[in-house]
Design a protein around this ligand. Structure first.
Ligand SMILES: [Zn+2]
Length: 296
């Protein structure tokens, strides 16, 4: 059996409320360990059982540090990896959860705000750091299933209530140039991750098609190469829905990853490939968790 690792960022962010970042030193140690184990396999080789026992590396979302830090390190070590890119945030547009995180955690804000989310009026206590974190988690949960334009309008209301100016461009997410550099590195595959990182299960059929097929075509246009791997945003229980895997197959993708844990073998559904989410682990813990996931 094989496993697929899932990373998001290799960086030291000011605030990492969603546990997305692995420290660059620890990531370098992970890479060294994977090299010692015999390297990594291309995702599709592993899913199609061309490799019987292997490890594939994947990164979700399209943060800039993927292109500037993580991909060069993997390519230099000769380790194949797959990079799942959200296409609407290409060009240094910050993800909505990062804008929410920055607004709630790193600026002077009022003691409380009143906002309407999903048709309900809410009062949010923001007096203490714990209260702000609770408000962030609460808003994240409430915004996540909404259509992208409602997420944007609600976020605009929240930022307005907080007195935070809306932030447009910054260097947290990848530029198109960085994406092209990443794609040109040896053995690095670019896959799609929707246009806006939409929670697919709660979107209309048309919206799901636009998000899935649209992101595959966006990347093919930008990179002038076929895109045949996909990862579902969020990817946990109840976030994918029954239609999305079929749309992924229709868009020409051979493989789709979830964030559900598990091993990959001959019986794995290639449109529900499980992954092991890697956190900011010291190499000893990384090694232990990889061994446990492989069932060794
Ligand atoms: Zn994602």
């Amino acid at each position: 059996m094989s496993i697929v690792l899932l990373y998001h960022r290799v960086s030291v962010p000011v605030d990492d409320a969603f546990d997305l970042a692995v420290h660059p030193d620890r990531f370098a140690a992970h890479v060294e360990y994977l090299t010692k184990l015999g390297g990594t396999a291309p995702l599709q080789d592993l899913v199609e059982s061309r490799v019987a026992r292997g490890i594939a590396v994947t990164f979700d979302d399209g943060y800039a540090d993927n292109a500037t830090v993580a991909a060069p390190l993997l390519a230099e070590a000769g380790l194949p990896a797959t990079w799942f890119i959200t296409t609407a945030t290409l060009g240094h547009r910050r993800f909505w959860w990062d804008r929410l995180c920055r607004a709630l955690l790193s600026s002077p804000i009022p003691d409380s705000i009143d906002v309407a989310v999903g048709g309900r009026s809410l009062w949010l206590d923001l007096r203490t750091p714990d209260a702000r974190r609770a408000a962030l988690a609460f808003l994240h949960r409430r915004l996540l299933p909404l259509p992208p334009e409602r997420i944007e309008s609600t976020l605009a209301d929240v930022l307005d209530a907080l007195g935070t100016p809306p932030s447009g461009h910054d260097d947290i997410t990848m530029s198109i140039e960085q994406l092209r550099q990443l794609a040109s590195l040896p053995s690095q595959e670019v896959g799609a991750h929707t246009r806006t990182h939409a929670h697919l299960a709660t979107q209309s059929a048309d919206r799901q098609r636009d998000e899935i097929t649209g992101s595959v075509r966006d990347l093919e246009r930008l990179l002038h190469q076929p895109v045949t791997s996909f990862a579902f945003p969020f990817g946990g229980p109840g976030t994918v829905g029954p239609l999305a895997p079929r749309l992924v197959a229709d868009s020409g993708c051979q493989v789709a990853c979830t964030t559900l844990p598990g091993r990959v073998g001959r019986r794995t559904d290639r449109y529900h490939v499980p992954r092991l989410t890697v956190l900011d682990w010291e190499v000893e813990e990384f090694a232990a968790r990889v061994s446990a996931a492989l069932g060794r």
